[in-house]
Design a protein. Structure first.
Length: 103
């Protein structure tokens, strides 16, 4: 764990990310005015929920944590706002991090 482990990240399952990318690509194939709405747009594909690195570490069970120095320039918090992807692409993330880690 780098730094104090309190930095927060919006982890998103690869299945959700791939689904979002496919919806982005497919939206450009629709031959009407709709694709003009999405052409050139930037979409945030994320869960919209963030967890601290320590929380993630604890999801893996009782593990020994090794702390490393913080990395310069690392963000304290990342959190996606996927509202535009939901509105224009009909995309919603469906996989919850704690469910696929703790299984």
């Amino acid at each position: 764990v780098t730094g104090d482990g309190l930095q927060r990240r919006d982890f998103t399952h690869i299945d959700d990310i791939v689904d979002g990318i496919v919806k982005c690509g497919n939206s450009l194939l629709i031959p009407n005015a709709y694709n003009a709405k999405v052409s050139g747009e930037i979409f945030e594909l994320g869960r919209g929920v963030n967890h601290s690195i320590i929380e993630i570490t604890k999801m893996f069970g009782d593990v020994e944590i090794e702390y490393l120095p913080a990395r310069p320039g690392e963000y304290d918090v990342t959190l996606a706002d996927y509202s535009k992807a939901k509105e224009l692409l009909g995309w919603n993330p469906v996989r919850n991090l704690d469910e696929y880690i703790t299984r």
